[in-house]
Design a protein around this ligand. Sequence first.
Ligand code: MIG
Length: 639
Amino acid sequence: MIKKFIIGNPIETDSVVKEITATPGNIPYFVSNAGEKSLRLSMTPKDKVYGLGETVRGINKRGFKYTSNCTDDHVHSEDKSSLYGAQNFFVYWGSDKKFGMYVDTPGKVSFDIGDKEINTFEIDFEDFDANIYVIEGDSVLDIVRQFRGIIGKSYIPPKWAFGFGQSRWGYMNEQDVRDVVDNYDELDMPLEAVYLDIDYMESYKDFTVNKERFPDFEGFVNEMKGRGIHLVPIIDAGVKIEEGYDVYEEGVKEGYFVKKESGDNLVAAVWPGRVHFPDFLNEKARNWFGNKYKFLLDQGIDGFWNDMNEPAIFYTEDHLKEVFEKIKDFEGQNLDVLSFFEFQGLVAGLSNNEDDYKRFYHEYKGQKVRHDKVHNIYGYNMTRAAGEAFERLCPDKKILMFSRASYIGMHRYGGVWTGDNQTWWSHLLMNIQQMPGLNMCGFLYCGADTGGFWGDTTEDLLMRWTQFSIFTPLFRNHSLKDTRNQEYYRFTNKQDFRNMLRLRYALIPYLYDQFIKAAESDDMLFKPLCFEYPEDEMAYEVEDQLFVGDSIMVAPVYKQNATGRYVYLPQDMKLVRFRSDTDYDEEVLEKGNHYVKAKLNEVLVFVREGKKLPLAEPANRTGDINENSIKYITGPHCN
Ligand code: MIG
């Protein structure tokens, strides 16, 4: 059962697609305090809170404050309240209170779940305006299903998007890309896609291709297609200011860019230097920008990733001017403890500055709205622009699309990747723990930069990370320019990596099938143990194992130098220790705790009681997997 409550005068986000009549009166469970712009609830120590999408820390969100405020911050340490996404849905699973809540507001909102006061859950609003949906149900999964039922079906990518994608910021030209494909092919390693980062563009201009680096782009796309490889270019939110550049000129002429109070287009800077930001909230601008993807679609491109759409801002021209002015005052002075840090902060504070988000306006649903009031739906609407355009331009074809910034509602148009992580073991664990929260909020097609984006990866970290990523719908190895190259063929144990890639391809029929089922039935692909075993006290303790679909549980090794790990089985299961799709040992283990060995080249999968895991004979491309080759590994008590 779902009830809607309205606080103040909310700005609509189009995230809920089902018409629900608002119930007058107070929001249940919480005490509302309009003066403090907050909702407050007393928790008992055993109560649990799940959800909130892509956030730091564990699966049970208690013990920290999370702020929905799409942020370009690449240091996802556990003290960070805001990452790239804003997904305001959670399930409260307490001893006497059990409910789900979706706080639909496009501005900033914080969920303090026992941070300031250990047993108090406080939702703090920047503006006390929101549509609140309260959902009652029999179980966490039932509440999730009901919630997903009102936000519309999750995006389904083409099947090839379950193949493996190699990426790196630093592939400069077609030869770099060709080399990657050659290397994978030579070692007979599966590969499906190569990602094109900003260097494919001409001067970082969206919907252009650098002619020197890719002299015949369409020909190159076809050459790759002939080899079964998809090229997936990046698209950035900012549009370069440059005379003669059609996207810039049309946007100016039609008034499609975001504007300052004065009515002038906002001048901000990102990769190309000065840019304007398209007003994705304006329906006309959204249609216009969406149609621009045609430039690449027409050349055979069938997948994209949308970046920098929080939006990330290096600086705004106005703020930069102010800083240059202020800096003069510091010249020739004795910079002491206070003045030095103030001076340093002037420049450091230029990028992604909160005040800059108050300098510009959108034309949203016929109203002029200041950006900070709708900040969290900007990236969502960029991806919506693309998704809606694909429906117009190529209704019969599925296009791969995922985004960095997100808000609930965007899950209908694309997936997400979790942005710039680090080459840290803790970020492998974070990747594992973020998946259920994302799934709860409708984001099924997701994954992280396997191996870590910032910093130099190590072979063992990449191996363990890969052993988890072979289960995530988006499986991409991506890294930052000038860090250690981390394509799989660069390492000592190439055969082990090849085996893991082949295992992924053996699993694709299962994963895709389970994905489609989850999308169609508003279910989750990755489930924490306690969602399926709510009566099992121990299951609530386990935050590093997940069910993947109906048949299996994974227990990734995410610690440096570990040669095994403790695993909790909520029921009898069959352990399958995979070294490759054909080389594995099996053992039935009883419900309870076990220490399970896993060498660096071994991945642990547990087949559930009464279930079967289908494994296909792998191929190097998704389209070459022969579904008739499927064999089954059966769980215990399976007939
Ligand atoms: O801030 O396009 O998260 O994946 O390689 C850097 C360059 C801009 C950020 C993305 C990252 C991508 C990078 N981009």
